[in-house]
Design a protein around this ligand. Structure first.
Ligand code: SF4
Length: 345
């Protein structure tokens, strides 16, 4: 599968009947009814049982091009992210085929995409969280369970969220993406309260592990567009991965970023750095979904870090992680002296 130059278009769509009671649900139904795409009905977005495909491998691939339009019933937001106080659930699932993606494990047998049409209820819940924390700022992360930008050209619910937070005093929105289809977001009334981050990586990582996502060049062009539109900009380099000649690979990435991004857009720039990690259950799922992947997941070579629920993760050994961190931080500090490195984890 090559990179995604074209915006995502689902091959199969399900609707929960109650979704049609919401304006966005109706709008999406009308929009998709005009296209040549099969529309089915489902009682719940949690139970799609009749996905086409003869085996798990095929069903997984079908799921990645299936969109379910439903209602988010659980309005409690997850709150365990390094980059925000809460995860705001606008969508679940992703059309991308990144081999290392943790959604493969967290979404288990439900890798299809889901979009939620009860956005007003979701925003009302966000409002409650903001009030609880006032006068502190509350940050909401919109890309914990999906690549929200990748489907927003269809739904515009992210655009609504950007404008919702733009109108609040104490709310901030952030999300990260590997897609470049951002044009409809450029005129959103964001008021500088949304940080738009792009996930970038070395050529090796993008080529071998980030299938079905936008090429690096397109991501950078989109980053320039959103920064020109006044959004605070960030880059997330994840996963930082020790491949052959990785120092050169990451150097080349930062050289490209430095050459392309106009200087006047680098004053309020953030970087987030996440080293590659995996869990034992994730490794099993990845090997099943992407049996030919070159992704190295050798427990013996890694350091084991105890985790929540007894599922520990494998990260790089301390000396490797330190070298990785120092090398990449050095590139950033040299090429983007005004940028802020938010964390390395
Ligand atoms: S783009 Fe992000 S969410 Fe989508 S498959 Fe890749 S890592 Fe996962």
């Amino acid at each position: 599968m090559a990179g995604a130059n074209k915006p995502f278009m689902p091959q199969l769509i399900y609707f929960e009947p109650r979704a049609l009671e919401y304006p966005l649900g109706k709008e999406l139904f009308e929009k998709f009814s005009k296209l040549e795409v099969e529309i089915r009905e489902t009682t719940s977005h949690n139970q799609i049982r009749d996905l086409p495909g003869e085996n798990d491998f095929q069903k997984y691939r079908t799921a990645k091009s299936t969109l379910v339009v439903g209602i988010r019933k659980t309005l409690k937001f997850d709150s365990s992210k390094p980059s925000a106080e809460y995860a705001i659930p606008l969508a679940t699932g992703c059309m991308g085929h990144c081999h290392y993606c943790y959604l493969q494990t967290t979404l288990g047998s439900k890798p299809y995409l889901r979009t939620y049409v009860n956005t007003d209820e979701i925003f009302a819940q966000a409002e409650k969280y903001m009030q609880e924390r006032a006068p502190e700022i509350t940050r909401f992360e919109a890309s914990c369970t999906s690549d929200i930008v990748g489907i927003d050209h269809l739904t515009h619910s992210l655009k609504k969220a950007i404008e919702f937070f733009g109108a609040t005093e104490l709310g901030r929105l952030r999300f990260t993406t590997k897609y470049h289809h951002v044009d409809h977001l450029l005129d959103a009334n964001h008021q500088g309260r949304t940080r738009f981050r792009f996930s970038v990586n070395s050529h090796y990582v993008i080529k071998n592990f980030e299938l079905g996502t936008s090429p690096l060049e397109e991501r950078i062009n989109a980053a320039i567009k959103v920064a020109e539109a006044g959004y605070p900009l960030g880059f997330i380099v994840a996963p930082l991965y020790l491949h052959k000649d990785w120092e050169e690979g990451y150097r080349e990435l930062f050289d490209i970023l430095e050459a392309k991004i106009p200087k006047h857009l680098t004053n309020d720039l953030t970087f987030e750095l996440i080293q590659h990690r995996f869990t034992k259950p994730a490794k099993r799922v990845i090997e099943k979904n992407y049996p030919k992947s070159k992704l190295e997941m050798n427990e013996e070579e890694r350091k084991y870090k105890w985790g929540r629920y007894g599922i520990g993760k494998y990260v790089y050994q301390d000396d490797q992680a330190t070298k990785l961190r120092e090398t990449v931080e050095n590139y950033i500090q040299t090429m983007f002296p005004n940028a802020k490195i938010e964390y390395f984890t």
